[in-house]
Ligand binder design. Structure first.
Ligand SMILES: Cc1ncc(COP(=O)(O)O)c(C=O)c1O
Length: 457
């Protein structure tokens, strides 16, 4: 079987080849933080290395694997689709599975104002569609976004990015402005120009796991409607159960005008994204038969993507993943809040469902402050790695640093069980306790990382 040969060939010096032909800088980072492990198998919430060691995946492919990895029902649906040799991408054709997935997705969105779907191949492409549709529907050119926002990295989505480090080197981008997340006065002032086509916002910001109260979103929508600005809810990461609802915006009093979905809709197998929007907007964009493909793509609506999407929706429902996100998320947050009362460097624990951030802050005690200052002098963004690296290397738990300011993010599959939550909290306690002992322990890891990063650069 050629695949076995390819796998065999690929495992011979995988990082060296990746470094040579794909992304040498990323390979250096992986080597520096000790994440250069060759995983050979994945199942549910777990990854396995060549020796059979099990790792708990609390990163879930940046939120793709809500249903865990290699879910048997999604795999079976895709295998069956391949066996049937179905016709695919005829293009001058209305794929029946696309109609079915659109119907079922809208039923889960359950916001009657959103009654039309445009399928994409990724999250950023759903955002690009939302930006174009908002411009076309309003006749305005600017997009308003929030500080710290992340909506993808193609040109339009990057224009709405609230993190300078992503934009640097790529400006000028599309016209637009940024306001602080949660700040209604700033929003009101920006909207007053009446030049803004859409306000794009994540219900919980992925970079930093920043949250805002529901009242903020309710008032923001109200203000946007008053000023003729459309609202784009970017639920690429928060959607499909992640925050303990099918969609986080279901908690808002009024629906958004456009809703971006992707990541977990793929079932973890085939990229698929979707923009859910209103027929009023559709009618402005696709305003005549001549314009019936005025915004379109080649691979959107492809058979395997539609099958993966249909299977992902069924699994999310039948496996009770939305409820499990509430249940396990609450257990993790409760556990972390207890830790926050014991460990002074935990500044805040926040999130909803299974989207959780732990923010660390400068300690009061003199000895720890010395360590904190030293690490920050060496590298302003290193502290989060002092938690993430030992969680991975000592406890075999995969997490990530979320943006800056020493924030560690937990984004596990929604399939977690009691034992996983216990394992995660026990490991976090051990690593955070170690971080509260200076010198030694994780601080040495930090110094070592800083030195290795210097050598590698
Ligand atoms: C909120 C949000 N929007 C958009 C995107 C971009 O999605 P993709 O990476 O599929 O283009 C992401 C990716 O992390 C995201 O978190």
């Amino acid at each position: 079987m050629p695949l076995d040969q390819w796998l065999h060939a690929a495992t011979d010096h995988p990082l060296a080849r990746y470094s040579q032909y794909v992304n040498p800088q990323f390979a250096k980072v992986l080597r520096t933080i000790g994440f250069d492990i060759a995983f050979t198998r994945a199942n549910g919430a777990y990854l396995y290395d060549a020796r059979g060691n099990q790792y708990l995946d609390c990163l879930a492919g940046y939120g793709v694997f809500n249903m865990g990895r290699n879910h048997p029902r999604i795999k079976a649906a895709l295998q069956r689709a391949l066996e049937l040799d179905l016709p695919n991408m005829l293009q001058m054709h209305a794929p029946p599975l696309a109609g079915l997935l659109a119907e079922r997705l809208l039923a889960r969105v359950a916001l009657p104002a959103l009654d039309t779907v445009f399928f994409t191949n990724s999250g950023t492409e759903a955002v690009e569609a939302a930006i174009k549709f908002a411009k076309c529907a309003t006749g305005r050119g600017e997009i308003l976004c929030t500080e710290h926002a992340f909506h993808g990295l193609t040109n339009g989505s990057l224009s709405c990015n609230g993190n300078a480090e992503f934009r640097d080197g790529f400006e000028p981008l599309l016209p637009g402005r940024r306001v602080p997340f949660g700040d209604l006065d700033a929003l009101r002032t920006a909207l007053a120009s009446r030049t803004i086509a859409a306000f794009i916002v994540e219900p919980i910001q992925g970079k930093g796991v920043y949250t805002a109260p529901t009242t903020y979103f309710n008032e923001a929508i109200h203000l946007c409607r008053q000023h003729g600005t459309l609202v784009i809810a970017d639920e690429v990461q928060t959607g499909l159960g992640r925050t303990g609802r099918w969609f986080a915006c279901q908690a808002w009093q009024e629906p958004p005008d456009l809703l971006c979905v992707a990541k977990a809709l793929s079932g973890g197998y085939v990229p698929v994204g979707a923009l859910c929007y209103s027929r009023t907007i559709y009618d402005r964009v696709y305003s005549s038969m001549d314009r019936c493909v005025v915004h379109s793509n080649t691979f959107g609506r492809n058979t395997l993507a539609m099958v993966a999407g249909l299977a992902a929706l069924e699994v999310t429902q039948d496996d009770g993943l939305v409820e499990n996100a509430v249940h396990r998320g609450r257990a993790i947050l409760d556990g972390l809040r207890t830790l926050a009362t014991e460990f002074e460097m935990i500044k805040e624990v926040r999130g909803e469902g299974c989207m959780i951030g732990i923010e660390f802050g400068e300690p009061q005690s003199l000895r720890l402050r010395t360590g904190w200052k030293l690490i920050h002098t060496l590298n302003a963004n290193l502290f989060g790695q002092l938690i993430v690296v030992p969680l991975f290397t000592k406890h075999r738990i995969l997490t990530q640093v979320a943006g800056h300011n020493a924030i560690v993010k937990l984004l596990p599959p929604l399939t977690l069980g009691d034992a996983d939550v216990e394992h995660l909290l026990t490991a976090l306690r051990a690593v955070i306790a170690e971080a509260h002992r200076f010198p030694g322990g994780v601080w040495d890891v930090g110094m070592d990382l800083a030195k290795r990063a210097l050598r590698a650069s």
